[in-house]
Design a protein around this ligand. Structure first.
Ligand code: HEM
Length: 582
């Protein structure tokens, strides 16, 4: 019996000893940095902990001397705590665990440097592998590889694509409203709002991104011939299981332990690859065999640019990047299409989902945005509700988006304990690592030498909400702060950030999100289409009897969010909104 127990205990003892050894190793590195250190016995860098952290929340209830580390051991703790730990530990500190070191930075200039100087600060491969199920795309590439891919990708986000984004977004939002009004009396839970937003974003991406147009009802939810799953089901599965898909690929014994899951993953990956292959074949056929330069969807434009790179290669065979061909390999092409799919719908769908409850709670902001929409509509004809005529004038709608991404949750910090909150911008913090042997980071006059292998995370949420940069009212949800008025012409535009601090929601520098304008156009088109004809109110549902309760319920479901790739509400079915005709 004793020897059996010893057998079972052996792996744990061995792991503890090993982790003890690695902790000493990493602690020495942390000490040499010369910045405050927070120690944690485990961290999100352990895949098992990453997947199981949620089950250990009871640790938070233990006395502080037992639980101090717990919050720092999870991925994106910045979603809840934002800049507050920096008040205690300073604008730069390191979280040291037996799995490695992660430096957290809240200094705006240092965050800018780490994001913008992409040659000195590279994306850690181990963190970006999860995007490579179908091949290495631009999001996970570094150095010459990244430069070559980005050069081909940039022209794919051309103005003609934005025109398609606008047209399709207006169409989808109009159809969504018709369905809501005719079939659901204008009402919907936030869960339904999320599903509607996902469908709008998927259809816009499918049309403007991939050249396939669908109606709001049906479309990507249907299973076409030759497929077992719909496009949207396959993509949603891959997105919500992104880590598990990656782990099954990396740790082969997992497939023996859970064979049914392995089959499910393999089938979905095959399905999705099939959809991407069909899209590429369709695009190649419809863009004059590629290279025509006429495409106004992203894949068509990408294939155009790729064909142009191939032609350049023939003319100047030695001009490639680091000896590699200038065009995309098939794996890279599919890797990029997958990333466009993931990054292209989830982020914008999330922005729309989190905006609706806030608009419902703030009728005065709706009136303010509505005023602008009326002005734009009245100065032209309905015919001119186009990207070119309307989008540039709808700056208040855009201000709602920008504010939503960085300020909405903070509104609640004034009313509730910050620990209970969940932020919903797509990336609470973004990680980089030093290229070469080491790089220097400057924070408040201190030079910190960061060796390769140490993660450096720019705390986006911290920088975006720290009262030092945003003033005492940094916790107010106030889209109006984003509008500046030209005193001579009275023209409104998006204001600069206070104190010139960088705005990081789409990242910054050469690696800035290539879909930034795509997402802005989509957001503005959807919100303005809704507010052109409707006002949004809290839905008095279930046992609620007053509008006040419905308003409160919206707030409660919004701040009861968790982080699954991006922030997600845990119980969106518990509150709702109503569209009411103006
Ligand atoms: C609200 C909407 C969006 C936000 C806030 C957002 C934010 C971001 C951020 C922060 C990054 C940098 C990530 C990192 O450094 O790891 C990024 C990169 C990227 N995004 Fe977006 N994004 C949005 C929409 C889109 C859309 C609509 C697309 C495409 C259709 C897209 C495609 C990409 C790609 C391909 C990259 C990688 C760029 C590179 O590494 O060079 N994003 N995005």
């Amino acid at each position: 019996m004793v020897s059996l127990l010893a057998w079972f205990a052996l792996p744990f003892v061995a792991l503890t000893l090993y982790r003890g050894y690695t902790f000493i190793h990493y602690y020495r590195i942390a000490r040499a940095l010369g910045i405050p250190i927070i120690i944690t016995p485990i961290s999100w860098q352990d895949d098992v902990w990453l997947l199981t952290w949620d089950n250990f929340k009871w640790i938070k209830r233990l006395p502080n001397f037992l639980s101090w580390w717990f919050e720092y051991s999870r991925f994106s703790w910045t979603q809840d705590h934002r800049w507050l730990p920096h008040e205690k530990y300073g604008d730069i500190f390191v979280i040291c665990s037996p799995l490695g070191n992660e430096i957290m930075v809240n200094d705006p200039q240092a965050c800018y440097d780490v994001q913008a100087h992409y040659k000195q600060w590279i994306k850690p491969q181990s963190l970006y592998d999860i995007f490579e199920t179908f091949g290495r795309g631009v999001i996970s590439a570094n150095g010459d590889d990244w430069q070559r891919q980005r050069r081909i990708i940039n022209p794919a986000f051309r103005e003609s694509v934005h025109t398609s984004v606008w047209d399709e977004s207006v169409k989808q939002a109009t159809q969504m409203l018709e369905v809501r009004m005719n079939q659901h009396g204008g009402r919907g839970t936030i869960d339904e709002v999320r599903k509607d937003s996902v469908l709008i974003a998927l259809h816009v991406l499918s049309s403007a991104g991939f050249g396939h147009t669908h109606d709001f009802s049906g479309g990507l939810r249907q299973v076409p011939e030759g497929h077992k799953k719909s496009f949207s089901e396959s993509l949603m599965y891959l997105l919500s299981n992104i880590l598990i898909v990656f782990l099954f690929d990396k740790i082969k014994p997992l497939a023996w332990m859970r064979p049914w899951k392995a089959v499910e993953i393999k089938d979905t990956v095959t399905e999705f690859r099939g959809y991407m292959k069909e899209t590429v074949a369709y695009s190649r056929a419809t863009t004059q065999g590629g290279g025509g330069g006429q495409a106004n969807d992203i894949v068509g434009a990408l294939i155009d640019a790729d064909e142009a790179a191939k032609r350049e290669e023939k003319i100047a065979p030695n001009s490639g990047y680091g000896g590699k061909p200038m065009h995309l390999t098939d794996d890279e092409l599919y890797g990029n299409l997958y990333v466009f799919n993931l990054a292209g719908f989830e982020t914008t769908a999330n922005a729309l989902t989190y905006t609706m409850p806030f608009l419902a709670r703030n009728p005065e902001i709706q009136a303010w945005v509505g005023e602008e929409i009326d002005r734009v509509t009245n100065t032209g004809s309905q015919k001119e509700w186009t990207y070119e005529a309307a989008f540039p004038s709808l700056v208040r709608c855009l201000a709602v988006m920008v504010s939503e991404l960085i300020l909405s949750i903070l509104h609640q910090l004034t009313h509730h304990q910050y620990e209970t909150l969940r932020l919903w911008g797509p990336t609470p913090d973004v990680c980089r690592g030093a290229a070469g042997e080491s790089q220097i980071i400057h924070v408040n006059g201190q030079d910190v030498v960061v060796p390769a292998g140490v993660y450096v995370s720019a705390n986006f949420y911290g920088v975006h909400s720290d009262p030092r940069w945003w003033g005492k009212d940094s916790l107010e949800w106030n889209p109006k702060r984003w509008i500046s008025v030209d005193p001579k012409t009275g023209q409104e535009s998006i204001a600069q950030t206070p104190n010139g601090i960088p705005f990081l929601a789409w990242s910054i520098g050469p690696r800035i999100c290539p879909g930034k304008k795509f997402s802005q156009v989509e957001f503005v088109a959807v919100i303005s289409t809704v507010l052109k004809s409707y006002r949004i109110k809290p839905w008095i549902m279930g046992k609620m009897t007053t509008e006040e309760q419905a308003r409160d319920a919206l707030l409660e479901v919004v701040y009861d969010s968790e982080n699954i790739i991006t922030p997600k509400m845990r119980r969106p079915q518990d509150a709702g909104i109503m569209f009411v005709e103006r």
